[in-house]
Write a protein that binds this ligand. Structure first.
Ligand SMILES: NC(=O)c1ccc[n+]([C@@H]2O[C@H](COP(=O)([O-])OP(=O)(O)OC[C@H]3O[C@@H](n4cnc5c(N)ncnc54)[C@H](OP(=O)(O)O)[C@@H]3O)[C@@H](O)[C@H]2O)c1
Length: 319
């Protein structure tokens, strides 16, 4: 039996649609019928072949995560496509380790879980596990119009945050942060450090407890000024800059706790539990992220719009 699949053939070149044999499961594996597969920053990074991950063996089917059906159950699943030899989720069927499957709550929307996926897992674990977020705290979410940021605003609220400030660059991204429920939204449309510090302080309700940072660069340096003594900042990305002009006096004067976070450090159990939290929030209507549904046949065009920042949120492929 054959299936349609997206295939990466050259580093940095969008995938093409091909006809392939349906893959067979090995020991400890299952074949999942794919319902939805997101195009994420990690997929773009892997396929670009220029990152610390190296150049993947090609051709391969991209897609590091997806939602599908196996044995009549709707499941979320991860793959190692682009990071290790093997194929991923952007196809009619995917081979997955049985131990990695996470069963989803009945009735939950597969496309929305796929859109939130590991981006929402990162937002949740960076804030609650690494960042120690507890109810009653104030959180500043940078990049709040992205998928990580939208999820962070909503999951901070679900965790009981009393005040959530979102910060985003474009007008569209600020609108997404507001729609996600941010109490105040800061415009990141300048690199003027002191101007941004003023905007952050005006948006906060007193001193903040936690900054969730997928941006680094000037926005992270400015946001650090909002933190209380002993406040925390967790960095999980560098969309605004590979370095950050942090004021040393703010760092030591307030005894701040700066941390990094990556999903790669999660155990399978931690990741599965976090996907469960994310899926539960989607099922209760507490978590919605902007996304675009694209047919697998149009993967090349959807991939390019995601890579160019022109998509209306996360591109989610449906076979
Ligand atoms: N460590 C981990 O485990 C982990 C997991 C998931 C994601 N991440 C990282 O987290 C970051 C965000 O992921 P995502 O899924 O939310 O991506 P996304 O949905 O593509 O959103 C990226 C956001 O970054 C904003 N942005 C880009 N350049 C910017 C700049 N110079 N200044 C301010 N904002 C800027 C964009 O704002 P505009 O809309 O205004 O352009 C966009 O809203 C990525 O770097 C990703 O690799 C890390």
């Amino acid at each position: 039996m054959t299936m349609r699949a997206a295939e990466i053939r050259l580093p940095g070149v969008p995938p093409v649609v091909v006809e392939r044999e349906v893959p067979r499961a090995g020991v400890g594996e299952v074949v999942v019928e794919v319902l939805a597969a997101p195009v994420t920053p990690l997929d773009l990074l892997c396929a670009g072949g220029k990152s610390y991950l190296g150049v993947p063996r090609m051709p391969y089917v991209p897609g590091v995560q997806g939602v599908g059906v196996v044995d009549g159950r709707v499941v979320w699943f991860p793959t190692s496509a682009g990071m290790e030899p093997g194929d991923g989720s952007m196809a009619g069927f995917a081979v997955v380790r049985r131990a990695d499957l996470v069963e989803l709550p009945a009735g939950v929307a597969p496309v929305m879980v796929a859109a939130a996926g590991l981006s929402a897992v990162a937002a949740y674990m960076a804030m609650v596990w690494r960042g120690g977020l507890v109810a009653g705290e104030q959180v500043v979410v940078l990049g709040a119009g992205g998928v990580v940021g939208q999820a962070a605003v909503q999951l901070a609220r679900s965790a009981g945050a009393r005040w959530v400030v979102g910060a985003a660059r474009s007008g569209e991204a600020r609108a997404r942060a507001a729609a996600a429920g941010a109490d105040a939204v800061v415009a990141l449309d300048t690199d003027d450090h002191m101007e941004l510090v003023g905007r952050f302080l005006a948006a906060c309700d007193g001193a903040a407890d936690l900054v969730l940072d997928p941006l680094f660069g000037v926005p992270a340096a400015a946001a650090a000024h909002t933190l209380r003594a002993g406040g925390r900042m967790v960095t999980l990305g560098a969309s605004a800059g590979a370095t950050c002009p942090l004021d040393a006096a703010v760092l030591y004067g307030r005894s701040l706790r700066l941390s990094g976070y990556t999903n790669k450090e999660l155990t399978g159990v931690q990741r599965g539990d976090a996907v469960g939290v994310v899926a539960g929030a989607v099922a209760r209507g507490e978590l919605v992220v902007t996304h675009e549904v694209v047919g697998l046949g149009d993967v090349g065009e959807g991939w390019e719009r995601q890579a160019g920042g022109r998509a209306g949120g996360r591109v989610v492929l449906v076979p």
